[in-house]
Write a protein that binds this ligand. Structure first.
Ligand code: SAM
Length: 277
């Protein structure tokens, strides 16, 4: 069995941090070692030094970093995760933004699920949008679902899920928005067509700059894997990506108050949201 020395671990984790913004502490050595082992087998390497060299100095198109990223990300997700926060979105923030748009005569709404994993969050938002705003079908509405992990994006693009992913979906929505075949639930085409799946590295400044004109950004349970510096870089980009009057929603345990003063922190019910005024 291959063993990753402290030096190799440091080189690899540094490279991962620089390219993906993800922080791996020393206690994750075994976790990283198992993934690196797989990649070494795929590339035919016996010595970790060969792999370190490949990843750090011979990967100009970031193909190997992408292959490793597909193995090291944490992808846990399910529909209607953090239900109460979604209620705050559905009952307060979404109606507020829609009514401001209506009064300006606008008919375009854009939502970004940043770090969407296999897409459950994005389709949840599509369901909520259709529930709260049935006229959305006459508007130009789009939910952009992005992630670094290509395997998760392929799953997201299918719009098809096992019961485990839909376990928290209210029964009436299951009936209304899904076609069930055994233990498989497929989003109905009208809902699925609201979601566009795209590859994006949140730590890639150029790619982030292209993300513009969003009314809502959901980046939940993603920034916990970043350190303060890479979190700040991503959040600063979110500010630029957001329209005035828009909101950022983070996960329960995540806060950017300490690292960004650009947003106005607002309390909606029991939840904190970040507003761009
Ligand atoms: C735990 S999942 C969160 C899924 C969903 N937002 C939720 O709350 O249920 C975290 C996702 O962030 C993605 N991620 C991690 N680092 C990323 C990066 N640098 N760029 C884009 N996505 C990243 C991972 O691939 C993973 O799918």
């Amino acid at each position: 069995m291959m063993e990753l020395s402290a030096e190799h671990f440091n080189q690899l984790s540094r490279q991962i941090y620089l390219r993906l913004g993800l922080q791996f502490e020393e206690k994750k050595t075994y976790f990283l070692q198992k993934r690196v082992e797989k990649r070494m087998a795929a590339l035919g390497y016996d010595d970790p030094q060969e792999y370190v060299f490949h990843l750090c100095y011979a990967d100009p198109e970031a193909k190997e970093m992408q292959a490793l990223a597909n193995l090291i990300t944490t992808n846990e997700t399910y529909m209607f995760r953090e239900y109460e926060q979604l209620e705050a979105f559905a009952n307060c923030c979404l109606p507020e933004v829609l009514s401001a748009k209506q009064s300006r005569g606008e008919q375009r709404l854009r939502i970004w699920s940043a770090g969407c994993s296999s897409g459950e969050e994005a389709y949840t938002l599509a369901i909520i949008l259709q529930e709260v705003f049935p006229q959305s079908q006459y508007w130009d509405c789009e939910i952009v679902a992005t992630d670094i992990d290509q395997n998760m994006l392929a799953q997201a693009a299918t719009g098809r899920y096992w019961w485990r992913s839909v376990r928290d979906v209210p029964a009436e929505y299951l009936e209304k928005y899904f076609i069930q075949e055994g233990e498989t639930y497929t989003l109905r085409p009208k809902t699925a067509s609201l979601v566009r799946v795209e590859h994006l590295n949140l730590h890639d400044r150029m790619a982030m700059r292209a993300m513009r004109n969003f009314d809502f950004i959901f980046c939940r349970n993603v920034l916990i894997y970043f350190d303060d510096q890479s979190r700040k870089t991503a959040v600063d980009q979110f500010y630029n990506s957001l329209n005035r009057g828009g909101y950022v929603f983070l996960g329960h345990s995540e806060s950017v108050g300490r690292i960004s003063s650009a947003f106005k922190l607002k309390r909606v019910d029991t939840h904190l949201v970040y507003a761009k005024e």
